[in-house]
Design a protein around this ligand. Structure first.
Ligand SMILES: Nc1ncnc2c1ncn2[C@@H]1O[C@H](COP(=O)(O)OP(=O)(O)OP(=O)(O)O)[C@@H](O)[C@H]1O
Ligand SMILES: [Mg+2]
Length: 289
């Protein structure tokens, strides 16, 4: 199983959309996929049509499972996930799609505990996922913006980390903070966790005709900031936002149209970079992929 975390300090740039659509594209390509929602806002669950509210649903939440584990109890992770494979069922050869769903109060409690215990507590999710590694080919983790303890937990669980920018200079800084944080994970976890930075998604981009030279500079600024943008960006597309609200990722609803093609292209580049990192070649910079 390979694990990818999607993170940046900035809000509303498309972390959740990127996570669920890349997960959907992987499932459509025949892979067994687990989406992990570490954001107390629980948006990945919404985007996959399974939103946990409080009450007795807390006991099915990832936050509850992590709390148990932090207290030394080993919950059976498979009892917590939701099978969302019905979303890709109509596609021949599709794989599977599961969700470890978040619920606000339990994940906020996790945030507090990890914040108190410090970096030594951050490998908790990695250890839980290791127990179900044979059930999945890929795990994608959605993270909150600006909650350092939960981002650190996602980085510790990840083999690769992707950040997300929108074509505005203000979004570079949050992504650069993420990239810098990834470099320190190995030291901070005593060598147990060693994620690689894979690159930055340019989300909500405009077509070349509308860029008027601006975005060329933006991509250049991303490279100068060491963010290694993926060549395939994700355009501003209403179908992506609408699908989020309907609980079925655009990469599935519009698999044969632009959203499906955009996420498919991006996925190919993400996997290629993961392969290069595994083989010790690192991420290509400035050259073609
Ligand atoms: N390429 C796109 N085209 C159109 N709408 C998009 C696109 N990407 C994301 N959106 C919409 O923008 C909003 C923010 O996206 P999303 O929730 O994925 O961002 P986020 O970074 O996860 O936000 P948060 O910081 O709240 O977790 C959502 O309503 C989503 O549907
Ligand atoms: Mg989000």
């Amino acid at each position: 199983m390979e694990t990818i975390a999607v993170a940046t300090q900035n809000k509303r740039v498309g972390k959740t959309s990127s996570t669920v659509n890349l997960g959907a594209a992987l499932a459509l390509a025949g892979q067994r996929v687990l989406v992990v929602d570490l954001d107390p806002q629980a948006q990945a669950g919404t985007a996959l049509g399974r939103h946990l509210s409080g009450g007795d649903q807390r006991a099915r939440s990832l936050g509850w499972a992590i709390q148990c584990r932090l207290q030394g109890v080993r919950p059976d992770v498979s009892e917590f996930w939701f099978d969302r494979s019905e979303l890709v069922a109509g596609f021949g050869g599709a794989g599977s799609l599961h969700l470890l769903a978040c619920e606000e109060s339990t994940m906020n409690a996790v945030r507090e505990v990890i914040h108190r215990k410090g970096y030594c507590a951050t490998p908790v999710l990695r250890r839980m996922l290791a127990e179900v590694a044979s059930d999945f080919d890929f795990t994608l983790i959605d993270t909150p913006s600006a909650v350092p303890s939960l981002s650190a937990t996602a980085f510790a669980a990840a083999d690769g980390v992707i950040t997300v920018c929108v074509p505005e200079y203000a979004s570079l800084k949050g992504a650069a903070v993420t990239r810098a944080a990834v470099r320190h994970v190995k030291d901070r976890t005593g060598g147990e966790c060693d994620p690689r930075y894979l690159g930055a998604i340019v989300n909500r981009s405009h077509p070349p005709s509308a860029r008027e030279g601006q975005e060329v500079d933006f991509r250049e600024a991303m490279r100068d900031a060491g963010l290694d943008p993926f060549p395939a960006d994700i355009r501003l597309d209403r179908r992506i936002g609408d699908s989020f609200a309907l609980g079925v990722p655009a990469a599935i609803r519009f698999a044969e149209q632009a959203p499906g093609r955009m996420y498919g292209n991006l996925l190919g580049q993400v996997l290629a970079r993961m392969r290069r990192c595994r083989e010790g070649q690192g991420v290509p910079v400035r050259t073609g992929e």
